[in-house]
Design a protein around this ligand. Sequence first.
Ligand code: FE2
Ligand code: FE2
Length: 250
Amino acid sequence: MRIIQLTDPHVVAAGTIWKDQLDTPARLTEAVAAANMLKPDLVVVTGDLTDDGPGPDGEAQYQAAAAALSALTAPLRLLPGNHDDRDRMRAAFPSVEWDAPPFLTFTQDFDGLNVIGLDTIIPNQTAGMLCEDRLSRLRGQLDDRPTLIFAHHPPGVLGLSFMDTIGLQQPEGLAAAIQGHNVLRIACGHVHIEAQAHWAGALVSAPPPVSATLPIAPTPGAPITFTTEPLRLAVYDWRDGVLSVKTVAA
Ligand SMILES: [Fe+2]
Ligand SMILES: [Fe+2]
């Protein structure tokens, strides 16, 4: 059984170019084609699906994202990032399933692997948080199964000078919730660079972004510049009770 994670596509409206640098709708289309080649059983997008979901172009951005993702051959799960808008995301993907509103969370049993998707956003803020409502949902979804959690905001433990400050705030709530459960990994996005950290008994990770990559340590005070790297995909294989993870070239 195979899951592919796509993160941070930052899709802009069709016919426009993200930051005059990258055709993000085309990049997501490329990622979808590459994912299909790997024959996943599930694809999870961990947020920042659009570049400005709440903004004036938001609906057009979700349309472009939905057009690109419509070519996926596997079932799709979507989580919001700080650049997304929950209502517009829900409206643009009528066939994607989430738990009960208001949050865009999901849980599903994946052949004995408990797969949980968290909604970590605070509308109109860059950093994320899990309120007591969401932590309580999470506690109800954790049991004795091996668990893979997806979320947009990682706890700020990835050793990234800038991004660590705008990650999941008050992460001790998440650490307490997973304590005593077999959480193998918390697979996130948001940081725009491949990174991993051992935290709270689990592995926190972020795969390469679908869109552009950020430097590991931006020069203090200087504008942050993105680079465009060759596309790579995060592949999670669940076989015989073992979760293996690969990052593969598209
Ligand atoms: Fe992002
Ligand atoms: Fe983000």
